[in-house]
Design a protein around this ligand. Structure first.
Ligand code: GRG
Length: 307
């Protein structure tokens, strides 16, 4: 059933193969259904469930889950094998947004076009909703991945990428560097930790869930690392160029919080050139599997995105 739905949902263009917009819509619909199935309801735990669902429903590009499904397809796997992982990555990403917006971190008010979770609910509920989403993500992968896939290895990789060696560690560096002197090595470490690590591991886990061999897993992880770094450089640029309405979140926050950003160190023009170079490098690693065209189109989309 799922295979038939895939075949009809992802439109094919005669000249260019599968169409990126159609694939992204298809991936978003699949992951939204999985998230709805996996998240608790108000009947289960009241306001905690409502706070967990607040940002998940009705917003977000679903970039990381799309990468999970694409990596799975690239190694010849069925999306069904990776859909739990795709939902888990969105849970961890959304938890990071909830915590990132807290008064003790970026003190934001607007996210995905609506009030931040700590604005709509008591602050303690927002903290706990984030905690519950992080832990639910590991539960969902362990419970929802076919038993013949390397679930233990997936959990280890995700723990590293989301924790001290990855996203949480990068966030600590980011906060500590507020007001610091421009330093490209430091910005790279911050961006690799807080953003690229989760994007890289989305590709890694998608490939592992799809039954990919070691070389393909590493190739896709390298692609993810470069695309992830480019994604954050573009995010830094958009923070200075695009309106809050278009981004669906507070903009100008980097300058307000005296953040160390890539364009802040090298200038906008060089930052754009650096993002371009990273995507060019990623295009090399997009080759070799079944989804080269979509992987390449998605990498280009990272450069051209306006939200
Ligand atoms: C352990 C307390 C604790 C916190 C976790 C909060 C945190 C560490 C890390 C935050 C990392 C973070 C928010 C990085 C920014 C990444 C980024 C560019 C987010 C925006 O992603 P999009 O554009 O957003 O994909 P949508 O809304 O489209 O999903």
């Amino acid at each position: 059933m799922a295979e038939a739905r895939e075949a009809t949902d992802v439109a094919q263009d005669e000249d260019t193969g599968p169409d990126l917009a159609s694939f992204l819509a298809h991936a978003a619909a699949r992951v939204d259904a999985e998230l709805d199935r996996r998240l608790p309801t108000v009947a289960d735990c009241g306001d905690l469930a409502a706070a967990m669902r607040h940002l998940v429903t009705g917003g977000g590009k679903r970039f990381r889950p799309a990468l999970v499904l694409l990596a799975c397809r690239d190694v010849g796997g069925s999306e069904d094998d990776a859909i739990a992982t795709a939902a888990a990555m969105e849970l961890i990403h959304t938890y990071s947004l909830i915590h990132d917006d807290l008064p003790c971190m970026d003190d934001a008010k607007l996210r995905r076009g609506k009030a931040c979770v700590h604005v709509a609910y008591p602050e303690a509920t927002a903290v706990l909703a984030g905690d519950a989403m992080l832990t639910l993500a590991f539960e969902v992968i362990a419970a929802g991945t076919p038993a013949h896939r390397p679930i233990g290895g997936m959990i280890v990789a995700l723990g590293r990428a989301a924790g001290w060696a990855g996203m949480a560690g990068g966030q600590v560096l980011d906060l500590a560097a507020e007001g610091a002197e421009p330093d490209l090595d430091m910005v790279r470490r911050i961006h690799e930790g807080k953003t690229a690590s989760l994007i890289e591991v989305s590709l890694r886990l998608g490939a592992m869930a799809g039954g990919g061999g070691g070389e393909d897993v590493e190739r896709l992880a390298r692609y993810g690392h470069r695309v992830g770094l480019a994604f954050q450089i573009v995010d830094d640029l958009l923070d200075t160029e695009v309106s809050a309405e278009q981004m669906g979140k507070d903009v100008g926050a980097d300058a307000d919080n005296d953040k160390l950003t890539w364009p802040g160190v090298v200038g906008n023009e060089q930052a754009r050139a650096d993002a371009r170079r990273l995507v060019d490098e990623a295009l090399v690693d997009a080759r070799g599997g079944r989804e080269e065209a979509l992987l390449a189109a998605l990498a280009e989309k990272v450069l051209s995105r306006r939200n």
